[in-house]
Design a protein. Sequence first.
Length: 238
Amino acid sequence: MGRYDNLYPAPGRILRTWGINVVNALNELYGFLTSGQQDIYVNEIYGRSGHFSDQLLVQGKPVIKDGDPISIYQLYDAAKSQITQAINDSLLTSYAKDSRDVLTKLVVDPYGRLGIKIAEPLDPYGRVRTSYSDELYNEFQPVSAFGSIVAANNTSGLIVTLYKGGRPNVNIYYNLGGAGNIYIEVSRDGSTWRPFDTITLLGAGSGLKPYGSIAYPYIRVRTDAVNINVEFEIVASR
């Protein structure tokens, strides 16, 4: 062996050393992947099945597993928004309690877990098909009252009264054949009346005046002007 043999190792020695390094690296990688003590970051994972001994998170939130308890507060905001939208779309906001048994069904599985499912039938957009009574339908229709008197018969003025129920929007049409005051009044019982508005005409005239957010169920329009033609009309709606 010459003095330069250590500077130029034999090819077999080089291959043997390289193989040992590769095996050591593979063993280290295997331990890294299987020790359960390392963090591994990849973009995508493809596989046939997976086994997890601890918690699994998706986008920072725990995945619900079979048998896990569910807290209502976790679903409250989304459920509240969807239920509110469904009620508004059905135009039955004021009567939702009458439809609760039609819209949803409570389901209890063999393990005692409670669930809710939307009742059928559904339309093509996933909305629950419902029906309602004529009484409920009529609550959403406008109501009106009308009255008139000619000058020859007008000795004490004219009063037109309307029971409008919960309809808050009111239009009042008036037509006086001469000067006079028009009084709009409201009542909770149809007996005791409160002043709401006054329209004063200095001569013959007519008009249509809208009012909103009137909670009182009764409304009337009257005038004490006599010996003139008078015409009143009240229309209320939701």
